[in-house]
Design a protein around this ligand. Structure first.
Ligand code: AMP
Length: 561
């Protein structure tokens, strides 16, 4: 493996990045740094955020500044204010043990006068959003004729944001430049056009795979009905305890709605969108960055520039129209060598778009079934157990209370105690998910795609037998009413019912089978205890759900129907 030293980086900069914990160069650094240090060639580098691109251009840029020259020698253009601030900070950090060049960040949404003063006080490196830099140039507050190197960071994003005109204006003014280093996550024609217009024989450096999303990212999608998108989001979040996620919505309104609902449902979440004042956006981003918020629900535009390297999941609450936008979204996870998961929640008609993203990104997606209520409960239970196991104990502080605690709990066995501790949190999930239906959408022809008695598509259906019939004076309507009122089974979960004289067969959404089977077995009809059996599987076969509810399900007293 190549060391930073072998790439030609000066010792004082090496010290700076060592202090930041950079041990070995990332692939884009390995590719770009030697060329950028030793030639004046123009460079095009295909690199997503999170791949270490800032150091890939930042280190050679710093090393090639002339300390005796006081004017602006290097210009870095970034799409957002947040990225400008981040890049400027990174440069200062890299040069902690080296010469401290004057780095000034200028961007829109902040007072221009203060920025003008900073530039006048001396700026050797300017990090700017193109719009604000153009403003400063027209006010004659900054001169670019001494600029030797221009970096276009996230060029595709800048063009997406409509900065083409400003970039043209700026590149024309930086006419004495020796080279342009262009970094972009994707290579749409607009980026190619910039290269064609302003670069001469650029060196195209890429880590080998073009338009490919980061290999550390696993792409997963779930298919549900439009009405079940929020329920699916909840299941995905609940089935991943410890998740730290960025959830993308398509519009400001959708962002607000989803965030409001999540906050109401008790999730540690907040919204980030363009209707918020800049100060509120900064505050939300900071809370997320510092880990005080677990879920951030955002629009694409508002999330630009948010730099967090340990996001575990990106969730697409619906797919974006553009493949490039998907690439940017998913690139927020799996950063700095970590693995990440990009999840998409789609309705059936958008499955086609998944294929398109697969083709364009050469990434492969795995379709997964939406976790059942039981699976969610299981994940939560193991998470709780793990937390109990790893719980830090303040021995000295808890000691004075131990005698009383031991006294209170002395009649409980170890096994019983464990069950109770685990149940404190777990019961909340069990109460919510015990009767949760299957909300997957299955392809036509799949048995699980059966219709219910009222024509609605159903989840996975089970065929059941019950020893109740016409002779008991029971109608189909009575039966449906009983299931709905007594066990909370929605209409859509009940399928076809065949009522015979002494018995009946009926289809029921698998998620309700155990509740109904156990519940009905506690009723009697005309002196007989009601018995429900699986009509399609061998009797002895106990499902995972059976075992689960046998362990955790509540017992009811016998009742008469
Ligand atoms: P960037 O793509 O420049 O935004 O970098 C993404 C993250 O990776 C940042 O948090 C950097 O501090 C970190 N990083 C960059 N290069 C390295 C490296 N060679 N070793 C370890 N971390 C790095």
């Amino acid at each position: 493996m190549t060391a930073f030293k072998n790439l030609g980086i000066a010792d004082d900069l090496l010290q700076g990045i060592a202090a930041l914990g950079f041990e070995t160069p990332t692939p884009v650094q390995e590719l770009v740094i030697p060329t950028a240090l030793s030639t004046d060639d123009d460079i095009i580098a295909l690199a997503q955020t999170g791949t270490g691109k800032t150091a890939a251009f930042g280190l050679p840029l710093l090393q090639r500044i002339d300390p005796s020259e006081r004017g602006v020698q290097a210009l870095i253009m970034c799409p957002t204010r947040e990225l400008c601030v981040q890049v400027a900070n990174d440069l200062v950090n890299y040069s902690h043990f080296a010469h401290q060049y004057k780095v000034v960040a200028v961007y829109g949404g902040a007072g221009i006068e203060g920025q003008i003063r900073q530039i006048r006080a001396g700026a050797q490196i300017v990090v700017a959003t193109p719009g604000r830099l153009m403003d400063l140039m027209t006010r004659k507050a900054v001169r670019l004729d001494g600029v030797r190197r221009v970096v276009l960071d996230e060029a595709d994003e800048m063009l997406n944001m409509g900065f083409k005109e400003a970039i043209d204006f700026i590149l024309a003014a930086a006419e004495n430049r020796e080279s342009i280093w262009l970094f972009s996550a994707t290579m749409p024609n607009e980026v190619r056009a910039i290269a064609a217009d302003y670069m001469a024989n650029p060196q195209e450096l890429s880590t080998g795979k073009r338009n490919q999303t980061n290999e550390n990212i696993e792409h997963i999608y779930y298919v549900c009905r439009a009405d079940d998108r929020y329920a699916t989001l909840k299941r995905v979040v609940d089935a991943n305890p410890g998740i730290y996620a960025l959830i993308f919505c398509r519009t400001k309104n959708e962002t607000k709605e989803v965030a409001e609902q999540m906050i109401r449902d008790g999730y540690n979440s907040d919204a980030l969108h363009g209707d918020l004042a800049q100060s509120d956006r900064d505050r939300v981003m900071q809370r997320f960055r510092e880990g005080h918020l677990q879920l951030l629900i955002a629009t694409d535009v508002a999330a630009r520039g948010l730099d967090v390297s340990n996001i575990s999941h990106v969730i697409n609450y619906g797919l974006p129209d553009e493949v490039e936008v998907y690439t940017h979204r998913s690139g927020r996870t799996g950063r700095a060598g970590r693995t990440g998961v990009s999840i998409s929640i789609v309705t059936p008609k958008f499955e086609e778009r998944i294929r398109l993203i697969e083709r364009k990104n050469k990434a492969s997606f795995t379709k997964k079934t939406i976790p059942t209520g039981i699976e969610v409960c299981e994940q939560q239970l193991y998470h709780i157990v793990n937390n109990i196991h790893n719980q830090e104990v303040h021995h000295a502080e808890i000691e004075p209370y131990m005698a009383r605690i031991n006294e209170e709990l002395k009649d409980l066995s170890k096994e019983e105690l464990i069950k109770r501790f685990a149940s404190v949190e777990f019961n909340r999930f069990l109460a919510y998910y015990r009767d949760a239906p299957d909300i997957n959408v299955y392809p036509r022809g799949d048995k699980r795609g059966a219709r219910t008695h009222n024509g609605q598509p159903a989840g996975q259906m089970a065929r059941l037998f019950a020893n109740i019939g016409d002779m008991d004076g029971v109608s189909k309507k009575d039966f449906i009413r009983l299931l709905s009122r007594t066990f909370g089974v929605p209409d859509r979960a009940i399928g076809h019912i065949d009522l015979n004289r002494a018995y009946m067969h009926f289809d029921l959404d698998a998620a309700y089978v155990n509740v109904v089977r156990q519940g009905l077995s506690e009723f009697t009809i005309n002196g007989r205890r009601i018995r429900v059996d699986d009509a399609s599987a061998p009797k002895e076969k106990r499902t995972k759900e059976d075992k689960f509810f046998e362990k955790f399900g509540k017992k009811k007293k016998g009742k008469k129907w």
